[in-house]
Write a protein that binds this ligand. Structure first.
Ligand code: SAH
Ligand code: TYD
Ligand code: ZN
Length: 406
């Protein structure tokens, strides 16, 4: 259990306990239920550097393995987004002579496939073997390792320094972030950049996206906490931009201290977070109160629907759905199954709550009265695809930022 900050060793004050939870992407077969492990899911904030982080630690090997179920290419929106990100880097940071990019957590190659197609030197670092294999089939070079200072040194020795180190939805997953930062310092060229985009603390706290809290997310970054972390490891935060994935993220750019002039956005966002008191104790405590109310409202709604004899089906089985169902105590008596387009999740059970995951075809067979939208961050894409559900009288239930029925 951590009571000391993983970044600066300051004191971490707990502000929310989401109860006993399994690993959120550990979709399991019915016969594996007995072997499932749980741990306490709680988050706190560092008094010194304002980094919001999980209190408990789950060994990386328990979370990322051959059966790791998250496929980044599963959403058309994500595919388009990362294609654009790749083109942008190819036109800027990777436009020099023989550039080299390392991606931490390349998953199924959703970004690097475009870099590979452009013939640019690259290396994905991806410990989950099955998704790494999917990337390789797209022509992406991958090493199946956990990125840390040791692997960074090995990559430098084998390939030379990297002009860009990139990570999306991965840096916040790495508990030993001190080792990661030392690895970045080791691997980056003198003028290189470390770009990472991750769920934003503002989205979680102000946007009430409490289901972003699960075991894989060791950190909930803010511009304030990343700025402090950068300095501690010899970097400057030179840019910070809002980006749209997962309900709202920030894309941070770090460069070695003194090598680049920070863009005005950095000072602006730092000031803004201070004015909003984003990581102040009263803000975080208010968030906790709100989360408990959402839980009560959602459970009441689902029980009412059940008592009226109407049907609810879950839509999407993201990692987030483990947090919500387990925190609220929602099982098959309230939501008999969820539909998800990821083949690796189908035929398995949602971790902890053990709600079966079925293919999307089960959704229309016949349509339920209500669909509980666990994949709420893909609402536009999903609702456009499922117009017939609503036309046939079906209604969507959402619980972020609060419970509502459309
Ligand atoms: N970049 C993709 C995938 C994010 S999922 C996207 O934005 O959608 C996070 C990925 O990080 C998983 O594939 C996981 O296996 C990988 N990962 C976890 N710990 C890692 C580490 N220490 N080094 C490299 N990759 C890691
Ligand atoms: P996502 O929110 O991207 O990830 P996380 O696990 O990090 O919270 O997951 C969305 C899930 O929703 C994923 O399992 C795929 C599923 N999905 C569908 O079933 N249908 C769809 O149309 C879309 C866009 C996603
Ligand atoms: Zn700290």
């Amino acid at each position: 259990m951590y009571t000391r900050c993983r970044v600066c060793a300051g004191k971490v004050r707990e502000f929310l306990d989401l109860g006993n939870q399994p690993t959120a992407n550990g979709f399991l077969l019915p016969e594996e239920v007995d072997r499932e492990r749980t741990f306490r899911l709680a988050v706190g904030v560092c008094d010194e550097c304002a980094m919001v982080q999980s209190i408990e630690d789950v060994a990386p090997g328990v979370r990322y393995h051959s059966g790791y179920a998250y496929h980044a290419s599963g959403s058309a929106g994500h595919r388009q987004y990362f294609a654009r990100q790749a083109q942008r880097m190819l036109a800027t940071e990777l436009a020099g002579r023989s550039p080299f990019i390392v991606e931490i957590g390349c998953n199924d190659g959703v970004l690097l496939e475009h870099v590979a197609a452009a013939g640019v030197r690259h290396l994905g670092v991806e410990p989950s073997t099955a998704v790494a294999e999917l990337a390789r089939r797209k022509g992406v070079q991958v090493v199946t390792e956990f990125f840390d200072e040791r692997t960074a040194a090995a990559i430098r020795a084998g390939h030379g320094p990297a002009d860009v180190i990139f990570g999306a939805n991965t840096v916040c997953h790495i508990a030993r972030i001190d080792s990661l930062m030392r690895g970045v310092a080791e691997l980056l060229t003198p003028g290189g950049v470390f770009i990472f985009e991750e769920p934003y603390l503002g989205t979680v706290i102000e946007g009430r996206a409490f289901d972003q809290i699960y075991d894989e997310h060791d950190f909930y970054f803010s511009v304030t906490s990343v700025h402090a972390m950068a300095q501690r490891f010899g970097f400057d935060l030179v840019d910070a931009e809002h980006t749209p994935l997962h309900g709202g993220e920030i894309r941070y750019t770090l460069a070695r201290a003194g090598t680049r002039t920070p863009r005005p956005a950095v000072a602006h966002l730092l000031r803004d977070e201070q004015v909003r008191r984003l990581s102040a104790p009263e803000t975080l405590d208010r968030f906790g109160t709100h989360v408990r109310r959402v839980r009560d409202d959602l459970v009441t709604l689902l029980r009412d629907i059940r008592d009226r004899g109407e049907r609810v089906v879950g839509y999407g089985a993201p990692g987030k759905c483990s947090t919500v169902t387990n925190y609220c105590g929602i099982g098959t008596e309230l939501v008999p199954f969820v539909c998800d387009s990821t083949p690796a999740k189908q035929g398995r059970l949602v971790p902890g709550s053990h709600i079966p995951v079925r293919a999307p075809e089960a959704f229309a067979d016949p349509y339920p009265d209500y669909a509980l939208l666990f994949a709420w961050n893909h609402a536009d894409e999903i609702m456009a695809k499922e117009q017939r559900f609503q036309q046939s009288g079906g209604r969507w239930i959402r619980y972020v930022p609060e419970v509502r029925v459309d």
